[in-house]
Design a protein around this ligand. Structure first.
Ligand code: X8Z
Ligand code: ZN
Length: 611
């Protein structure tokens, strides 16, 4: 599960440092100043040891995530504890090399070592074990989370994440939506004390490593200072905020039409249960409420996939074929035999999609409860982006087996998914007729409901966590702070009063799973920059939203070059390799959606804006 799973695994990795036995070296260290050769040897041995423990931890995590029981949880916690213990120990031992002038790759690895887990353990073995147990418990509890409505159209069923997503996507009745929305948030309150303790311990681990708190550690992983990273996010948000506000204004006005001003305040935040998604992070499911002109074929893939009788395996094959058309090798045979594509009927699994790299070599896997629908078709491409990244950097040393920054890992598959144009769908036989360019507004609106609507959500999760980690938000205010931030950034509100006996952050996977979240904000912006870079490189000059790199080996070679770099160099170099640019820049996203922005601005004349 390294690499995207690195998302989670790095988490785990980061989490797992553990073994004792550093006394001897400490003594040695006091006797003579360390040499460059010692530093080199140290990091080489550290990588070999971490690699071994990471594999063991990934194997245990995989079994836990695909078969949640007390036993698998205990086994995963134990392997995670070992890994975390090693990271902690090595990071502390590495301190003696810190002031030295070292070859740049060695210095970089020493830095990355400290950043290699998303929840570093304290040195105390008891606290480390507790942290590992808490983190596996939190993720398992989320995986088991479900709501079993007593009445209404879903009475008698129990809805886990996948079924809940589908239910909230299809339902338009506000009372049912409200019941689903509240019901999903009933399994998370027991997480609150555990999460509080988890924060204490992970903060302690981060402080012992020399960071002010865990949030500072997370923000230190971008080849710039933590302050610079915060400012960078703010700069990017200011670039795209007018586009978000235009979308919010239009969507709210349409929801007022549909549900009335009693339910949707025309000047206020949008009630969070009406946006077609459990967390109001992706609004594509209310596309049909929006009256967009020229909604031609190829916008929503769900009916197409169902008509073609596509199944889970077939959908993943479409994704793989896109990558092989670019010149990538096919996925290894073990991917097909070891992955989990469907929700098993007889046991709890973590249905939230993830891409795993079990052995940091060939054993990559997808874990997903695939449903035959548009969203999952795109998510498959997203996940395969992680897997092809993992395969591309597998020849790098352990500490460079990661993306340039975490936003890159999240952006690769999405960049590919931007090439799912009507022309591409026609080429692969999923669409009979390519709609005229008049339907661009439909395509663009659908894309904006996924990617533009997501932007503030991509920021808000870690705005909350950073405050939690720094102590600015105390446990007694967890839920209030959560909703204050959601309203501030997204302009959405809880549809019913929430209190501190709720723990709404726990109902979103990445909080209990402790996956840092600004990566998705970066990815939302980077994918358009990657797409623009690739389309320009192959001489494409038409509108960006109609560019598909399918079958283009030149684009593939360019992409591969960046993926193979892994994390060996600062991310601006990787960005440069792909796009010729060294700064993250949202103008590509703005270019892509420019025709929609113009149309929204016309529609929004005279409408109330903001909240
Ligand atoms: O978690 C994911 C992927 C796995 S890395 C399915 N995503 C975020 C989410 O679901 O909240 C992709 C989009 C944002
Ligand atoms: Zn991802």
């Amino acid at each position: 599960m390294r690499a995207q799973r690195i998302a989670v695994l790095v988490l785990a990795l980061a989490i797992v440092f553990g073994g004792p036995t550093w006394g001897a070296e400490k003594n040695q260290a006091s006797h003579h100043p360390p040499t460059v050769q010692e530093a080199e040897r140290f990091i080489e041995q550290a990588e070999a040891r971490l690699n071994k423990l990471a594999i063991a931890s990934s194997q245990a995590d995989w079994v836990q995530a695909t078969y949640i029981t007390n036993d698998t949880e205990a086994l995963a916690a134990s392997a995670r504890g070992e890994f975390l213990g090693a990271v902690t120990e090595l990071a502390h031992r590495a301190k003696r090399f810190e002031a030295m002038k070292l070859p740049p790759p060695v210095a970089r690895k020493l830095k990355l070592l400290k950043l290699s887990v998303s929840a570093p353990a304290p040195q105390d073995p008891k606290e480390r074990a507790e942290l590992a147990q808490l983190s596996t418990w939190l993720e398992g509890t989320y995986g088991k989370g479900k709501y079993c409505p007593q009445s209404g159209p879903f009475a008698g069923k129990c809805l886990g994440q996948s079924e809940m997503e589908e239910a909230m996507a299809r339902t338009k009745d506000p009372a049912t939506l409200l019941d689903l929305w509240e019901g999903w948030r009933r399994f998370s309150p027991p997480m609150r004390p555990k999460y509080t303790r988890f924060v204490e311990l992970a903060n302690k681990g981060a402080r012992e490593m020399g960071f002010a708190d865990l949030g500072t550690l997370w923000r230190s992983n971008y080849d710039m200072t933590p302050q610079e990273y915060s400012a960078e996010l703010d700069r990017l948000w200011q670039q795209v905020r007018p586009l978000y506000i235009a979308l919010h204004t239009y969507v709210r006005s349409q929801l007022v039409k549909k549900y009335g001003p009693q339910v949707v305040p025309p000047n206020g935040p949008i009630p969070a249960h009406l946006l077609g998604n459990i967390w109001a992070q992706d609004w594509t499911n209310i596309y049909d409420l929006l009256d967009v002109p020229g909604s031609g074929g190829g916008v929503d893939l769900t009916p197409i996939l169902r008509e073609k009788k596509a199944n889970d395996l077939g959908m993943v094959r479409y994704g793989e074929r896109f990558f092989t058309s670019l010149g990538f090798d096919p996925l290894p045979e073990t991917f097909w035999t070891r992955s989990l594509f469907l929700k098993p009927r007889d046991r709890d699994v973590v249905c939230h999609a993830s891409a795993w790299d079990i052995d940091n070599q060939q054993d990559v896997r997808l874990k997903m409860c695939i449903q035959i629908r548009d969203e999952d078709f795109r998510t498959i491409h997203h996940e395969l982006g992680h897997n092809f990244y993992q395969l591309a950097y597998r020849h790098r040393p352990f500490l460079f087996q990661d993306s340039a920054n975490d936003g890159f890992h999240e952006a690769v598959g999405d960049t590919i998914a931007l090439s799912i144009t009507p022309e591409y769908l026609q080429k692969i036989g999923l669409l009979r007729q390519v709609p005229s360019t008049e339907s661009n507004l439909g395509l663009l609106m659908h894309g904006a409901l996924e990617k533009v609507a997501f932007l503030p959500f991509g920021l808000v999760i870690d705005q909350w966590r950073w405050r939690v980690f720094s102590g600015e938000v105390k446990p007694a205010d967890y839920n209030r702070a959560w909703w204050d931030l959601r309203t501030k950034y997204q302009g959405v509100a809880a549809p019913v009063a929430r209190t501190e006996s709720d723990f709404d952050p726990g109902a979103k996977f990445h909080v209990p799973a402790n996956v840092p979240y600004t990566r998705y904000f970066l990815a939302a912006i980077l994918q358009f920059q990657f797409q623009r870079g690739l389309c320009r490189a192959i001489g494409y000059t038409g509108p960006l939203h109609r560019c598909s790199i399918y079958g283009n080996q030149e684009a593939g070679a360019r992409l591969k070059k960046m993926l193979e770099m892994g994390k060996s160099r600062p991310w601006p170099e990787a960005l440069d390799a792909l796009t010729g640019e060294r700064q993250m820049d949202a103008t590509a996203m703005l270019d892509y959606f420019a025709p929609l922005k113009k149309w929204l601005d016309e529609q929004n004349q005279g409408k109330p804006t903001g909240w």
